[in-house]
Design a protein around this ligand. Sequence first.
Ligand code: UDP
Length: 238
Amino acid sequence: MSIEKTEQLYEGKAKKVYATNDDRYYIVSYKDDATAFDGLKKGTITGKGAINNRVTNKMMELLEKEGIPTHFVKELNDRETVVRKVKIVPLEVIVRNIAAGSFSKRFGVPEGTPLRCPTLEFCLKDDDLHDPMVNHYHILACGWATEEDLKTITDYTFRINAFMKDFFLKLNIELVDFKLEFGKTPDGKIVLADEISPDTCRFWDATTHEKLDKDRFRRDLGHVEEAYQEILRRLFGE
Ligand code: UDP
């Protein structure tokens, strides 16, 4: 049976999610829309949707091979992918290898400072509250995740970081930081969900330190489309 979209369930800032004719699966559709600073800055990055779809799926496939369960099922076309239906854990899981962005601002650590060990932050996924940082106790106390889920998420996250850091360095890219989201399958398993793309990772060229990610859009650095293309080129050789 071929999997087809039925009704649209949700439209986010960068993706739409559809129900399908098979209740085990959703279809995600990546958009070219870009937002930053809690949606205050809006724009379009031509070709972004198709690039993020391909980059995400490639990373999901590689991570599955590394033993990380993911929601990825099948790429349908340039912007659409079939994923397993999961309930998203309402946390943004942020990993950092090098200080940048909000970490630099909050802690006064200059951007580009290598961190002595990777760090992990949890933020509550809630736009109205501006995704506040939350700790382990907050998460358990409010029931956003269980102790066991947090352990699994933390274990997967550090394994994903170790793999990705190494993988991108071989493409002469420094993995500065990134954001992950996890979901729970109907049978209660934690799987990696959402996307892994230049929208959700900071990628710096390892030689020139040029930014190859969404910071080019956030900070009006120009050559935004070219940066996304460059990530695609390094990953797929195109
Ligand atoms: N990030 C994301 N979505 C968010 C917040 C952060 O994908 O809602 C990613 C961001 O692209 C970066 C990392 O998480 O790779 C760390 O972001 P940071 O906390 O420094 O926030 P920012 O400076 O982007 O506001």
